[in-house]
Design a protein around this ligand. Structure first.
Ligand code: PAF
Length: 281
């Protein structure tokens, strides 16, 4: 496994790589959810292709300094996990090498990023789009694998690929969950035992609203109220947003006439978790 820490070296190494080049962009603190993305990348690359994993805690996508500072960075364990998973190349740049101090170009998606995490974390998706575009360009990947947990991120990256004619096929992989339903996330390790015990309520609340819909309740406000009450049944939970959006435009809806998504971000202490469920009309 080759480990590269400078962007220009990635460009050189990747250009010399054989077969399909498949990228899994990550911020490290790898867990089973990342490992399934890497496995999928291995399948897509085949034995002769090149699986590349980027490990970079991208500072420009964080809206809270404390969140960036607390983001786990177990690099040695991550490298061991990549080696074990059959990764060919790991790109792990220092922030100073990714961004010029006077950088002045940012990629902005201006529609899908107006709601949900984009609304509650200003600038977040500018940071994501900018780093992902740079990673695509440096790695020359033809395929990139992303998790469906960050479904707004996935939609925005697909839009960026479409609108900028990037020669990259985006492959999505379903969310991996703990047995109690909590979506796997690098942030889960920061939960206290009490917060960890409360956190599965996030998923359960979204499912409870979906169940109400199945029983004939069509009022969006009522569905949101169901989910809100379930989440807030834990005193440890603080809702950042809870919203029902159109599955394509990601704009909030007042009636369920097309496929929609019920999504929430909830703080457990300082740890912000997200989850969503699909809603059929
Ligand atoms: O989903 C993530 O881990 C990050 O947003 C990504 C795509 C690696 C960009 O920094």
């Amino acid at each position: 496994m080759t480990i590269i820490s400078h962007p220009s070296d990635l460009r050189l190494q990747a250009a010399a790589a054989t077969g399909p080049r498949v990228l899994v962009p990550t911020m490290g603190a790898l867990h089973a959810g990342h490992l399934v993305l890497i496995r999928r990348a291995r399948e897509l690359a085949g034995p002769d292709g090149t699986v590349m994993v980027s490990i970079f805690v991208n500072p420009i996508q964080f809206d809270r300094v404390a969140d960036l500072a607390a983001y786990p960075q177990p690099l040695e364990a991550d490298l061991a996990a990549c080696r074990e998973a059959g990764v060919d190349l790991v790109f792990t740049p220092a922030p100073g090498t990714m961004y010029h101090p006077d950088r002045s170009v940012t990629v902005t998606e201006s529609s899908l990023s107006q709601s949900l995490c984009g609304a509650s974390r200003p600038g977040h998706f500018d940071g994501v789009c900018t780093v992902v575009l740079k990673l695509f360009l440096l790695s020359g990947c033809g395929l990139a694998v992303f998790g469906e947990k960050d479904f707004q991120q996935l939609a925005i990256i697909r839009r960026m690929v479409r609108d900028l004619d990037l020669p990259v096929t985006i492959v999505a992989h379903p969310t991996l969950r703990e047995p109690d339903g909590l979506a796997l996330s690098s942030r889960n390790v920061r939960l206290t035992p009490a917060q960890r015990a409360a956190a599965p309520q996030l998923r359960q609340s979204l499912l409870a609203a979906k169940t109400r819909l199945a029983t004939g309740i069509r009022e969006v406000s009522e569905l949101l109220e169901t989910a809100r009450m379930e989440i807030e049944s834990s005193p440890l939970a603080r809702i950042d947003y809870l919203s029902l959006v159109d599955a394509e435009t990601l704009q909030p809806v007042t009636r369920i006439e097309r496929p929609a998504v019920l999504a929430a971000a909830v703080f457990y202490g300082e740890v912000r978790l997200i989850d969503h469920v699909g809603i059929a009309p």
